[in-house]
Ligand binder design. Structure first.
Ligand code: UDP
Length: 454
């Protein structure tokens, strides 16, 4: 389906320029185009050439760091501030430019870019925030905005409890921005900015689905589930031509020899290890992972996007057929390969939704941000994974990793994990199939845009 040249509704979709934000927002854009809207995907000059999605138009918007993006900013605070001032101006210019061809009547913006709502209001068009976290995580921020969290959290007298999450919840199960607010002030301020203005949006869209987070979506706050934002070929529609997000920001993949290698392995026998696009692995941690993988005696694919100097000496040359180390891969393709039986993940929300949608059980190795809470949901609420405990220095030992991999692949729990994973995978597919909960929500959104103001 091509971007509708003559539609009644025209949406600008504005992602935060990071892999874990561009993927779901680009996927959402594709779904809107399929339902009849015109979509202009506005992203930074630094990321624009990495978007390869023919169904949406792509336009530049400046964050003030056109050359090197976020990496050239002196701090997160200054990056967010720069994007706010330069971005507001260039977004307004873009809206004015598009008036001549096809007027924009809505901005769907990433939750890190709250200023986009002010631009929408200025132009009298709709504004919709797109939350890229789990609804259960967002509920915690919502409670925080309402003043219902008492700090410091360690002194809390009652068990900490939130909709959809097990009670009691440990402080370490909360998003790190909430558990350790002083360590992450810029992120927390940005997130609180969203929740302070949440009700000013015409829509609050969330990358989740009703059946997955029923309690967190219980109507106490104004949220509409539209996910999971995973290309439809991975949602029980193997014949679909929607097989990729359409953007790769990190080490574009030149060879997919890992897929050929996977093809030589038995079903559900290989461990896939990846900690997403942002987390970094120290040499000490890499050594433990290498030890754990070897001791598990399972074949593996391990994404190491840092310099391979962090790996133990002789590790790569001694691998033989035991496993592959890659700098980056097409994660969706790897997860969907029948040979994959276990995903060792940092629990970024996209990775969790991908594993749930495809039906792959997980070993959770959360690091920061929303990941600890996602890990809790994966293990305790959805029963699709097992948590790898770190030592007091925050390092995951090889022994612990070996134990968890064995538990997922051949321990007593493995059948239950597989059953739950396949149940959630069917549920995810239903949510986005015609008439499913998320599909209906998206259709309703599109209907209003086609008939509404702007
Ligand atoms: N990803 C990928 N190849 C890799 C590692 C990650 O394509 O080797 C993709 C993955 O499919 C996901 C995104 O990068 O869509 C990472 O997002 P997530 O929310 O899981 O983690 P973040 O990178 O934001 O920490």
């Amino acid at each position: 389906m091509k971007n509708n040249p003559n539609p009644k509704g025209h949406v600008i979709v504005l992602p935060y320029p990071a892999q874990g934000h561009i993927n779901p927002l680009l996927q959402f854009s594709k779904l809107l185009v399929r339902k009849g809207l015109k979509v202009t995907f506005a992203t930074t000059p630094y990321t624009i050439n990495l978007i390869h999605e023919p169904t949406v138009s792509v336009e530049p918007i400046s964050d003030g760091y056109d050359e090197g993006g976020f990496n050239h900013a002196p701090s997160l605070e200054s990056y967010i501030e720069s994007y706010r001032s330069v971005g507001s101006k260039t977004l307004s210019e873009l809206i004015m430019k598009l008036r001549h061809s096809c007027a924009v009547n809505c901005i769907v913006y990433d939750s890190m870019l709250t200023w986009a709502l002010d631009v929408a209001k200025q132009f009298g068009i709709y504004g919709a925030v797109f939350l890229t976290n789990a609804a259960s995580v967002c509920c915690i921020y919502w409670e925080m905005k309402l003043g219902n969290l008492v700090f410091p959290l360690e002194k809390w007298v009652l068990p900490i409890s939130f909709p959809g999450l097990p009670t009691p919840l440990g402080v370490s199960d909360l998003p790190s921005f909430v558990a350790r607010p002083d360590d992450h002030k810029a992120y927390l301020d940005a997130i609180m900015g969203i929740f302070q203005t949440l009700e000013n949006n015409d829509w609050v869209l969330c990358n989740t689905f009703q059946e997955l987070e029923t309690q967190a979506l219980d109507g106490k706050w104004p949220v509409i589930p539209v996910g999971p934002m995973v290309p439809s070929a991975y949602l029980h529609q193997p014949s679909s031509d929607d097989t990729a997000y359409g953007a790769t920001l990190w080490n574009p993949i030149s060879s997919k020899s890992y897929m050929t290698w996977l093809g030589t392995k038995p079903p559900r026998s290989v461990v896939y290890v990846s900690f997403g696009s942002m987390a970094t692995t120290t040499a000490k941690q890499a050594k433990e992972i290498a030890t754990g993988l070897k001791a598990s005696e399972k074949k593996f694919i391990w994404v190491v996007k840092e310099s391979w100097d962090i790996l133990p000496e002789g590790f790569i040359s001694g691998l033989d057929d035991a496993g592959l180390v890659v700098t980056w891969c097409n994660q969706l393709e790897v997860l969907a390969h029948p040979a994959i039986g276990c995903f060792v993940t940092h629990c970024g929300w996209n990775s969790v939704l991908e594993a749930l949608s495809i039906g792959v059980p997980m070993v959770t190795v959360a690091q920061w941000s929303d990941q600890p809470t996602n890990a809790k949901l994966v293990e305790v609420v959805w029963g699709v994974g097992t948590r790898a405990h770190k030592d007091s220095d925050g390092v995951l030992s090889g022994k612990e990793l070996e134990k968890c991999i064995r538990e997922v692949l051949d321990g007593g729990k493995s059948e239950d994990l597989k059953r739950s994973a396949s149940k959630w995978s069917e549920s995810a597919a239903r949510a986005l199939s015609v008439g499913g909960t998320s599909d209906k929500n998206i259709s309703e959104f599109v209907k209003i845009l086609i008939s509404g103001k702007g």
